[in-house]
Design a protein around this ligand. Structure first.
Ligand SMILES: Cc1ncc(COP(=O)(O)O)c(C=O)c1O
Length: 447
């Protein structure tokens, strides 16, 4: 780590670098970063099928939209409580508590502009440099991204396809050390679609309670809580005995109400004192979250119309999941498990990459180029530029230990016809050896 930091300070001409050491270490969420590539292709008059972003393709339900408009008309456009409007926090405490069998109070709730900000804030608030952070890999990239930014030690919990991308006590226990400060959990999971059972969570909770001291925090990212398939019910680790006292329980409106632009997320903290620390981070970073969207979120949580809209969306996702998983599995060299929740397919494309010559092509790249890409990254860009389908490569979901793992994430939050066409193009691309060889020879967009 110190060599990376030292080299970041001085540039090739010997001058002090423009940027801080830390900002050069932060990673990103490639689902957004791929945007300019898509735009370039679209600007040339081509339509890209976008299976990259984790964004429901349903409109914001009308009753929520109307409430946001009403709040604007009521002039709810000024600064508000940096912790979140009390009425919204009360609604969150009540609904999150009710669904998890807990008594929660509004003073433990903090509202953020989305469920993303508390990911980094928790590392800032609970960890010192050198402290260890455990997170699932493949997993949401922001967990790992902040560890390097803050000088923490990333400890990926590698999820194995052979175990259905699941883990239990045996996988978690060896990773917990006396430097562990934060443990991220994410069910239903992005990108694997894994849904935890109560038994699995009981195992995980038992290890945490036994092995981690009380000041280690669990971060339970439950943003996909409403999106489960085949009659599965979301179970939160906070509903297990003693877990809410150590867990930061996080959710938001982006996925549940198809409202990614609303930028409302929230966390329930173990104590009101901890919530106050995060309120102060809010004050330092952005003062508060827009009040008209907060009050729209309050209505979204309370309205009896919301469960109907959610059911419509989830059953569409389930139907698409069934079609996409079947189409992917029909492609030679692809195997895709059936996700139990969220809205992603996460196929293993190792056989496809070998067949298409991607792995050989990657092996033959000049060493500096090879270090900057992976076989699944190369296929991702080949598919995007030559077949106009946007997907995400494996390393977009945690870089550490992603070498030699060949997966793609395909969001199924896109219309059925487009999804079928995307799978057809993927199949066609998988057989286009000459096209791929020519694309590699061109040497553009390899990473
Ligand atoms: C696991 C996970 N956590 C958090 C977020 C952030 O969501 P938001 O839009 O509420 O910031 C996402 C978004 O893709 C996610 O997949």
């Amino acid at each position: 780590m110190s060599t990376i930091l030292e080299s970041a300070r001085i540039d090739a001409t010997g001058a002090r670098s423009l940027y801080s050491d830390r900002v050069q270490l932060i990673d990103t969420e490639n689902a957004f970063k791929i945007g300019p590539h898509i735009k370039r292709i679209e600007d040339e008059g081509n339509r890209v099928i976008k299976c990259n972003l984790g964004e429901p393709d349903f409109p914001l339900p009308a009753h929520i939209r109307d409430e946001v408009k009403r709040q604007l008309d009521l002039d709810m456009t000024h600064y508000t409580d940096p912790q979140g409007i009390l009425a919204l926090r009360q609604t969150i405490a009540e609904s999150m508590g009710k669904s998890r069998g807990l008594e929660l109070t509004a003073d433990r709730v903090v509202v953020f502009p989305g469920a993303k900000p508390p990911i980094g804030f928790c590392q800032e608030a609970y960890c010192n440099p050198g402290d260890e952070v455990i997170y699932p890999s493949p997993g949401f990239p922001i967990y790992e991204s902040f560890t390097r930014y803050l000088g923490l030690r990333p400890v990926p919990l590698h999820l194995d396809e052979a175990s259905g991308f699941n883990f239990g006590a045996a996988e978690l226990e060896p990773l917990i050390s006396d430097r562990t400060k934060l443990i991220y959990l994410n069910f239903p999971s992005n990108p694997t679609g894994g849904v935890a059972t109560k038994e699995q969570l009981e195992e995980i909770a038992e290890v945490i309670l036994r092995k981690a001291p009380p000041n280690v925090r669990v971060y339970s990212d439950e943003v996909y809580e409403a999106i489960t398939f085949d009659g599965r019910k979301h179970v939160s680790i906070t509903s297990l005995p003693s877990m809410i006292e150590r867990t930061i329980l996080v959710s938001g409106v982006s996925k549940t109400y198809s409202w990614t632009g609303g930028r409302i997320g929230w966390a329930v903290f173990p104590t009101a004192d901890e919530a106050a620390v995060f309120k102060n981070l809010n004050i330092n970073y952005y003062s508060c979250v827009p009040p008209f969207t907060q009050l729209g979120a309050k209505l979204a949580i309370e309205s009896p119309e919301s469960p109907i809209a959610i059911r419509t969306m989830v059953s569409a996702f389930q139907e698409r999941r069934d079609v996409v998983v079947a189409l992917l599995n029909a492609i030679e060299g692809v195997s895709c498990q059936t996700p139990g929740g969220a809205f992603y397919a996460f196929p293993n494309i190792g056989g496809l990459l070998a067949r298409l010559g991607v792995i050989d092509a990657w092996e033959s790249l000049p060493i500096d180029v090879k270090a900057r890409t992976t076989p699944s990254t190369m296929f991702q860009y080949f598919l995007l530029y030559n077949y106009r389908v946007a997907t995400m490569d494996r390393r977009s979901f945690g870089r550490i230990g992603s070498e030699g793992k060949h997966y793609l994430r395909m969001s199924i939050a896109t219309g059925m016809d487009d999804l079928k066409e995307a799978c057809r193009r993927l199949d066609e691309a998988s057989r286009d050896r000459d096209g791929f060889a020519a694309w590699v020879a061109e040497g553009k967009n390899l990473y």
